[in-house]
Ligand binder design. Structure first.
Ligand code: CTP
Length: 478
């Protein structure tokens, strides 16, 4: 039985009956009908959902009830709270930017400084930025009177530790509670996310490896570290993940979404594929994998069981899903086939269309003579993973492809949807000098289905992933 929909509340939010008629493209009598029935068909539900979310409302999927108005700051609804434990490392200053980004995502942040973190940033700067008291002392009588450390630990929707230093990780792994930060880690019952940052030799040390394994086993989520220059001047793994990535992961973990895709299985392909030319060279492309990863995370956050099949990317493995790392298009196809059956498949990978017919096992040498300066490579076509899923006996119920087009986006993407037999195509224009998609955090797409073309506004790739995941849930009627 369809859920009751409060159409009067929706009408008010949209700006009246006429505005609602315009959104739905129907006359007054249809609206009266919907109000009388207290329910709407699925395609109408999806239009109303889009119109409300585009106006900044947070809307529940099952009955379109409005959770939160466009100005969440003035709303009475409690925002999810992140307890931000800042460790004593040079990357501590990045906690401030992360706090700001989390606030932009609609999270409340309360800071906790370790004693050594206070050598790098002040409690005052954290308090000023977060608009909340910053805690730093386990034995403060005033703090205990206002908010005991146990209540502080329990009041959060997520505890984020950044930078997670080798020392802080070791103390947490041992279960020490000798300061406020470690006491909170021991007392909290909410999820914990750690963003390690340290010297590459410290990160690679067997003691840190063992501590990290213990923390992961206990269900603590990790983001990073990544490869690159570290503050101490050494290059290697130990650099803290970027504030934007940490904030996005914190958001996913802190916001308890309705498990609208619980019980559903999903395959997501992401990133580039890499096709060897010889033992040292390859053909690849600029895909960063960000959009595919964000979609996989959004589906998993709604309770779907997700297999993310990824080409080589510089992104951390997301929590709560199965990551299968591949190199070539053929590896990706084999992994996608192995992950069937699935309810949902989303092919966001930029698969190389061609591979070298016979990749050399040894490094190809230049010819000795200098007369012929041309090099010929013989290429053969790679399998089309999306098209194969479309024709499979085990075709997923909802198959979604991407179309990156440099021109005639709508025509080319519509033709691609037919050719590859998928239900939806997410189409975007690539190659415009002033609007990069590859590597960017934003995307601007059209969602093309059998019956409609929707032009979505430019938004963050993470927002797009959330909107797409909500649309998918709606398609399954959940
Ligand atoms: N795709 C795939 N396997 C391939 C090529 C593409 O699964 N060998 C999928 C992509 O993941 C995407 C969709 O097909 O979902 C379209 O990819 P795109 O590169 O835009 O299209 P192509 O099929 O490569 O066509 P063309 O390059 O001619 O536009």
């Amino acid at each position: 039985m369809a859920n009751h929909v409060d159409l009067t509340a929706i009408m008010t939010a949209l700006g009246g009956r006429q505005a609602m008629q315009d959104v739905l493209g129907v006359g007054a009598s249809a609206i009266s009908n919907y109000i009388a029935r207290g329910s709407v068909p699925t395609h109408v539900r999806s239009k109303l959902y889009n119109a409300l979310t585009a106006r900044g409302y947070q809307v529940r999927l099952d009955d379109l009830s409005i959770l939160c108005g466009p100005d969440a700051a003035t709303s009475q609804i409690k925002k999810p709270m992140v307890l931000l434990i800042i460790g004593g490392g040079i990357a501590a200053y990045k906690a401030l930017e992360t706090a700001r980004r989390m606030q932009q995502l609609g999270l409340d942040v309360t800071g906790v400084l370790t004693k050594s973190a206070a050598q790098f940033i002040t409690p005052l700067s954290v308090a000023a930025l977060t608009n909340q008291k910053c805690y730093d002392d386990l034995f403060s009588l005033t703090d205990e009177a206002e908010m005991g450390h146990i209540r502080l630990a329990r009041s959060a929707d997520l505890v984020l530790v950044m930078p997670a230093t080798a020392n802080l990780m070791a103390r947490a792994a041992c279960g020490l509670a000798d300061d406020l930060a470690t006491t909170i880690l021991l007392a909290t019952t909410t999820p914990i996310l750690m963003a390690p940052a340290m010297n590459p030799a410290m990160w690679a040390h067997p003691a840190t490896i063992a501590n990290q394994a213990i923390l992961r086993q206990r269900g603590i989520h990790m983001i990073g570290p990544t490869e690159g220059d570290t503050a101490c001047g050494e290059i290697g793994s130990g650099r803290m993940s970027e504030p934007a990535d940490i904030a996005a992961t914190a958001f996913e973990l802190a916001v308890k979404r309705p498990q609208s895709l619980a019980g559903k299985t999903a395959i997501v392909t992401a990133g580039p594929t890499v096709e060897p030319i010889d033992s040292v060279r390859f053909i690849a492309n600029h895909s960063s994998g960000k959009q595919g990863y964000a979609i996989a995370v959004a589906l998993a956050a709604r309770g779907a069981s997700v297999t993310l099949i990824s080409g080589p990317v510089a992104l951390p493995a997301p929590p709560q899903l199965q990551l299968v790392s591949v190199q070539t298009a053929r590896d990706m196809q084999a992994a996608a086939h192995a992950a069937l059956p699935a309810d949902i498949a989303i092919c966001a990978a930029a698969v190389a269309d061609w591979r070298v017919a016979e990749a050399s096992h040894a490094k190809l040498k230049k010819p000795d003579h200098r007369t012929d300066t041309q090099m010929q490579l013989s290429l053969v076509e790679n399998p089309d993973i999306l098209a194969a899923l479309g024709q499979s006996d085990q075709r997923p119920t909802l198959l979604v492809g991407f179309a990156a087009e440099t021109e005639d986006v709508l025509e080319n993407a519509t033709a691609k949807r037919h050719r590859k037999q998928c239900d939806w195509i997410v189409a975007n224009q690539v190659g415009a000098a002033d609007d990069p998609v590859f590597g960017s955090d934003q995307n601007h797409i059209m969602l093309i289905s059998e019956t409609a073309v929707e032009n979505w506004p430019r938004m963050l790739k993470t927002e797009l992933a959330d909107k797409l995941a909500d649309r998918i849930a709606m398609e399954f009627g959940t």
